[in-house]
Each structure stands twice: as C-alpha cells, then as structure tokens.
Design a protein around this ligand. Structure first.
Ligand code: SAH
Length: 327
C-alpha cells in the first residue's frame, strides 16, 4: 500500500501524465462531450432539487482541468454557476487546472470545502489512483502483501510477518492458499466523507472509474507507461499505478453514512442515456470537418469494446434529492 501511495505521489508531482504524448488518456481528454454531459447531469439534479444557492462544484483529482472547464460551460447554460473547488495534491497539476478554471479554489482534501450549500461533486479516475492494501492467504494464514527486494535488488511481493486474519471479514476468511483480497482504505474514506457532506448540505456526486460492479478476489493492480501496461514494481514513480475500483463496496460505505445510492451503471449506457448521440450529431453538423473525429470519440467513450463497459458510473445524492437521470 505504501509502495503504491509513494509511487503515485511522485508520479503526479513530476510531470503531466495525460494525453497522446503522456502515459494514458482519460475520458474528458477524449472529447468535450464527456464533461458537458456531466455538467448537464449536475445541473439537472440541482434544478429538480430546488436550485439552492450557493452551490459548490467540487472535483477530486481534476487532472488538466478539462472536465471542470467543460462541465462549467454546460452548467452555465442552465443557470447554474457554482463556486469551483478543486481537490488536487499535485502542485504541477494545480497550475494546469488554473488555466482552465481561473476562479477555482484549491484544496488538499475535502475538509476545507465550505459547509454551507449543496455539493455537486465529480471524481473521474480519482479512486483508481489511491493505494490499495492486499492481504494474501498463506500456509500460515492471512498476511499483508508487502514489497521487498530480491537477491538482485529488484522489488518483489513478499508476505508480511504479522498475522492478519482478524482484518479479513469472517465470511471470506476460509479461502485457498494464494487467495488475494484487495481493499482501498482511501476510497472508503473518500466515499464516507462525501456521503456525510451530501447528507448534511444536500447535493449529488458522480464517481467514474474502471472497476467492478460487484466485489471479487484477486489483485487488480496494474501500471501504465506510454499507453502500455508495464510491470508495476519495475519503475516506481515513473509509471502510473492504479487498481480496479470496487463499486459495491463504495456504494455500501456511502449508504452506511446515510447518503442515497442512485445506482451504478456502465459509462456507455450512462452517456447514451444523457444523449451523447444527439450531442455528437449537433457538434458534427456545426463543424462537418470534425464529424469523423467526433463519432470516433463518441465510440471510444461508449462502445463495450472500448471504455463503455469497463468504466462504471456511481451516483449518490442527499436523502431528499431526486433520482438521477441515466440510472
Ligand atoms: N480526473 C482527471 C485526472 C485523473 S488522474 C481526468 O479524468 O483526466 C488522477 C488525479 O488524481 C490527478 O489529478 C492526481 O494528481 C490526483 N490525485 C491522485 N491521488 C491524489 C490524492 N491522494 N489527493 C489528491 N489528488 C490526488
């Protein structure tokens, strides 16, 4: 867990990882349609909930600020001009984000976001960057997966010395040797915190990431560099390390704090329900020279063979807020 945490802290502080020239491309960087439809979803929620002011747009891990910029533009069309709060750990990325949303206030975590007024929160590919903790069943019981060095000074996974059986829920304790259970304390803490804010202040939240709709065993840690999967132990701080998000667990944590879980759906279905086809068509009619690129971007975001199925969207709201479009 510490290995992944420190590697990513270094990774995001060092340089710009996104885009064709970087290591990976995220949905808002593929097309403006992504951020616009998210903005539309938030505006629709806010309007149907009674247009309470002041509203706060909060984004966790905003990358280059592209989603915030596109969502802000869409919200404005519906009379929603929330204050903008960006929760970002990387100083290098903060300066990028400021170029896109000059009015934004920056936060190290949620605690400094104002406590008055509804929170409209988005986190795209944020939870997958948070470090996971893995437990492995050995011949001597459950142990934490630690990182050590082999004879040639290469990083390798090794089971820890301390018995961890009590950290494994009883129902999952009896498992064959080699079984791995992965948890993400940072994701659980984030969901708990966000749910608490929604209950107290009103609002709605979207968590978009790649992951499972139902919990499963096994390691899901992977590393990407220059658009290729690489050994996650080989280049700490240089490759982006991420893990699948356990959306069932996220929903359970949020509900335990009293927030409403509006549902978890696939990104493709979500974007289609919000009208990405019509939006792509409208943009293509406006700029016919970009028709092919627009349709390709739409396909990349929605097709099951691309990002459409692997990526999920989890929506939460305050208990007295309405149902969400697309769920
Ligand atoms: N949402 C963006 C970027 C995703 S990459 C997009 O879709 O393009 C992950 C983002 O989360 C980066 O902005 C990274 O700096 C930020 N991040 C990762 N760990 C964080 C942490 N512990 N606290 C705050 N921000 C973090």
């Amino acid at each position: 867990m510490q290995f992944m945490g420190e590697s990513n802290a270094h990774y995001y502080s060092r340089r710009e990882p996104f885009g064709e020239a970087g290591d990976f491309i995220t949905a808002p960087e593929i097309s403006q349609m992504f951020g616009e439809l998210i903005g539309l979803w938030l505006a629709d929620m806010w309007i149907r909930a009674g247009r309470t002011e002041p509203a706060h747009y909060v984004e966790l891990g905003p990358g280059r600020g592209t989603l915030a910029r596109d969502a802000t533009r869409a919200m404005k069309r519906y009379g929603l001009e929330p204050r903008q709060h960006l929760v970002e750990g990387s100083v290098a990325l903060r300066s990028e984000q400021l170029k896109q949303v000059p009015e934004a206030q920056f936060h190290d975590d949620l605690s400094s976001v104002p406590m008055e007024g509804p929170v409209l929160l988005v986190a795209n590919e944020f939870l997958d960057a948070l470090p996971v903790r893995q437990l492995v069943m050995t011949d001597h019981g459950w142990r934490e997966v630690m990182i050590g060095l082999d004879g040639e000074d290469r990083f390798v996974e090794v089971p820890g010395q301390v018995p961890m059986d009590s950290a494994v829920p009883e129902a999952r304790r009896d498992a064959p040797s080699g079984t791995v259970i992965e948890t993400c304390p940072g994701a659980a803490a984030t969901l708990f915190e966000v749910a608490g804010r929604l209950v107290k202040q009103g609002g709605a939240a979207l968590f978009i990431d790649y992951g499972y709709a139902t919990s499963r065993n096994g390691s899901s840690v992977q590393a990407v560099r220059a658009h290729r999967k690489v050994d996650w132990l080989a280049e700490p701080g240089v490759a982006d390390i991420s893990a699948h998000v356990d959306f069932a667990q996220c929903a359970a944590v949020a509900q335990s704090r009293g927030a409403r879980w509006l549902g978890t759906t696939e990104q493709g279905a979500f974007l289609k329900a919000l009208g990405i086809d019509a939006r792509a068509e409208a943009l293509a009619n406006f700029a016919p020279q970009h028709r092919e690129a627009l349709m390709a971007a739409r396909d990349r975001l929605t097709l099951p063979t691309e990002m459409g199925s692997l990526f999920k969207v989890l929506a939460l709201a305050a208990p007295d807020w309405p149902e969400g479009a697309g769920f």
